[in-house]
Design a protein around this ligand. Structure first.
Ligand SMILES: C[S@@+](CC[C@H](N)C(=O)[O-])C[C@H]1O[C@@H](n2cnc3c(N)ncnc32)[C@H](O)[C@@H]1O
Length: 231
C-alpha cells in the first residue's frame, strides 16, 4: 500500500470504509485511532490495530464488489444480485462500448468497466450536476478516467448524441422509455445489441416494453431478480 492508494477498510461484513491513504491523516472510530502513515508499506489484506489496541481492521484492495458495499450513497444503487444478472444478460465483455444512464452513485459503472476492460468504453450520463461531479472525482481516483466518459446531461431530453458505435445500453432512469429512441440510434447498426431498462414499478416496465416494441426491439423480456440468503 502506497500514499494515494484507495483501500477498503474492512471492519466487519456490514461496515466497510473507503479511505484514500494520506500520510498525516487518521481514521477514528470508537475503538481508537488509526494512522494512515502506518498503512504505507503494508500488503493489501493486512490487519492493522488501533492505537488503543482495542480495535482492528483489514485493509483490502478495492474491487467493484467492495466499492458497491462501501461507496458513499447519493442515490439508490444497484447491488450484486442485479449487477451480476444484468452483466450476464447484456453479455458484457472486454472491448464492448456501453451506454449507461443515470450514473447515480457509480455502483454499476465500476462493475461495467471491469467487464469491458482493457479496451472497451463506458459512456455514462447523469443530469444532476453534483452527482456527476462526485462520480467524476471517484472515477479519477480509481484510475478509470480513460475508460469512462461521464457527461452531465438530461439523457431523456437531449439524448446520448452517439451513433452506430454502441454494443449495450443500461437505463436506470425514472422514465427510461424517453431515452429509448436515442439509445436505438447509438447501437451499432450492423449487429445485435442488448438494452436493459431497470425499473422498480410494473407501470414503468409496461411503458418501457411498449416503447421498446414500437421502436422495433425484439425478444423483449421482463425479469424480477430476488436474492434469499439461507442462514
Ligand atoms: C437510481 S440512480 C442510478 C444508480 C446507479 N445505477 C448506481 O448503481 O449507482 C438514477 C440516477 O439517474 C439520474 N437521472 C434521472 N433522470 C435522468 C435523466 N433524464 N438524464 C440523466 N440522468 C438522470 C438521477 O439523477 C440519479 O442519479
Amino acid at each position: 500500500i502506497e500514499a494515494g492508494d484507495m483501500v477498503i477498510a474492512y471492519l466487519n461484513r456490514e461496515n466497510m470504509i473507503p479511505l484514500v491513504v494520506r500520510p498525516g491523516a487518521t481514521y477514528n472510530n470508537r475503538y481508537g485511532t488509526y494512522r494512515h502513515a502506518d498503512f504505507v508499506g503494508q500488503p493489501f489484506g493486512a490487519k492493522v490495530v488501533s492505537h488503543t489496541g482495542r480495535g482492528f481492521m483489514h485493509l483490502l484492495h478495492p474491487t467493484p464488489e467492495l466499492w458497491t458495499l462501501a461507496l458513499p450513497h447519493r442515490t439508490q444503487i444497484l447491488y450484486q444480485p442485479d449487477i451480476s444478472f444484468i452483466t450476464a444478460y447484456l453479455e458484457l465483455r472486454p472491448g464492448m462500448v456501453v451506454v449507461e444512464s443515470g450514473t447515480g452513485s457509480g455502483s454499476f459503472s465500476h462493475s461495467i468497466t471491469r467487464s469491458i476492460q482493457p479496451n472497451g468504453h463506458l459512456y455514462t450520463f447523469e443530469y444532476h450536476a453534483a452527482r456527476a461531479e462526485q462520480a467524476r472525482k471517484e472515477f479519477a481516483e480509481h484510475g478509470l478516467s480513460d475508460i469512462i466518459t461521464l457527461t452531465c446531461r438530461d439523457a431523456c431530453k437531449d439524448g446520448f448524441d452517439l451513433e452506430d458505435c454502441v454494443d449495450a445500453v443500461f437505463l436506470d432512469l425514472p422514465a427510461p422509455w424517453e431515452a429509448i429512441a436515442s439509445a436505438k440510434r447509438a447501437f451499432k447498426q450492423n449487429r445485435m445489441g442488448r438494452i436493459c431498462c431497470f425499473s422498480p414499478c410494473i407501470e414503468q416496465v409496461q411503458r418501457t416494453c411498449d416503447v421498446l416494441r414500437e421502436q422495433g426491439f425484439r425478444d423483449v423480456r421482463m425479469f424480477e431478480c430476488l436474492q434469499r440468503a439461507q442462514d
